[in-house]
Ligand binder design. Structure first.
Ligand SMILES: *Cc1c(COP(=O)(O)O)cnc(C)c1O
Length: 346
């Protein structure tokens, strides 16, 4: 598939590595029934550009190019108080000489704190023009529109980026990733049995599904929900994958079976720690020296661990974990991830 017809900025001057994780795989197998588990590999999208980068970097390559093509001078986006998406959007804005404003959705009451560390610290350090907090459940589309209107009243032109950068244009970033994976697997002679990815606002999961379908890559993708169980998440991912396919002009209906989600690992709530997340963060840090974050990748890896212990993969099968980044928010949860998980939800 030829993506060159879509405007794109480049924020990562290399292909992110795919690495084996032999020590993690051995520790995981030892904790699986019968002592056998899969070979786990990792795609290092935590090394994407716009440091510290993550999956939002890929979406923003296409979104910011679109904003520039439209002559916009300000990026306006929305996210939670420790939003990686907001941080990376701001970083792209700074790099492009644009202004940047946030609408912060306080999804867990009492968590918005201007003096917090992690991403909130970086928002201020990189000079966000404004951040307006709104309560959970607010109409975010309307809040973004208010910001665009306020800019227009000053003779400026804003570009609204939805939650997580997950619309059809943003999803192209993960179509590009699908193509990158396909070429890497071919170069490495690597045959994967499944890809495990996080599933939230769904540009990552939905974009990959669209990219796998469009490029006829027949490796299954499973999304671990970070805020919803499958009954609610599958339709969100399906809609995103279809929107991306339509933008690509693929003329295909995304089969519902192509969208596989797993739930049960994000509870008690989006961004609220649980004991299995703490186990996953510690296990990967202490076997491979790779850090995960508490809000997303810690829970996503907990999902991979749970699926392996449940016998999803046979010994020797190869599973790829897509590391989507998120490192800065780890600093906002230091004592929790160093603890033993006692007192947290399972
Ligand atoms: C946003 C985010 C996700 C979820 O990706 P979506 O495209 O929103 O589904 C996963 N991991 C990290 C670190 C993120 O910041």
């Amino acid at each position: 598939m030829d993506l060159s017809r879509f405007p794109r900025r480049r924020y990562t001057p290399f292909v992110t590595p795919i690495e084996p994780m032999p020590r993690f795989s051995a520790a995981l197998a030892a904790s699986c029934p019968g002592g056998v588990g899969p070979e786990v590999w990792v795609k290092r999208d935590d090394q994407l550009g716009l440091f510290p980068g993550g999956n939002k970097t890929r979406k923003l390559e296409f979104l910011v190019a679109d904003a520039l093509a439209q002559g916009c001078d300000t990026l306006v986006t929305v996210g939670a108080p420790q939003s990686n998406h907001c941080r990376i959007t701001l970083s792209a804005a700074v790099k492009e000489g644009l202004q940047c404003r946030f609408v912060i959705e306080e999804r867990v009451p009492g968590t918005y704190d201007l003096n917090a560390s992690g991403n909130q610290f970086m928002f201020r350090l990189m000079g966000v023009e404004s951040q307006r907090a709104v309560p959970a459940g607010s109409d975010l589309k309307a809040a973004l529109q208010d910001e665009l209107d306020a800019l227009a009243a000053q003779g400026r032109k804003g570009y609204a980026i939805p939650t997580g950068g997950s619309n059809a244009i943003g999803g192209l970033g993960y179509v590009a990733c699908a193509q990158e994976l396909q070429q890497q697997w071919f170069d490495m002679g690597l045959r994967l049995d499944e890809v495990v990815v996080g599933s939230g606002s769904s540009g990552t999961h939905g974009g990959l599904v669209a990219g796998f379908l469009g490029n006829r890559i027949d490796v299954p993708v499973v999304g671990v929900g970070v805020s919803r169980d499958p009954a609610d998440q599958v339709p969100v991912v399906h809609r995103e994958a279809q929107a991306v396919c339509d933008l690509l002009g693929l003329n295909l209906q995304v089969p519902v079976e192509a969208v596989q989600c797993v739930g049960g690992y994000w509870q008690p709530k989006y961004s609220v720690p649980n004991a299995r997340m703490v186990e996953a963060v510690q296990m990967l840090a202490r076997t491979e020296g790779i850090l995960l974050d508490p809000v997303y990748t810690g829970k996503i890896m907990a999902g991979l661990i749970g699926l392996a212990r449940g016998g999803r993969w046979k010994a020797g099968q190869k599973v790829l974990f897509l590391h989507t980044g998120g490192l800065p928010s780890l600093h906002a949860y230091e004592s929790i991830v160093l603890g033993d998980g006692a007192g947290l939800a399972p």
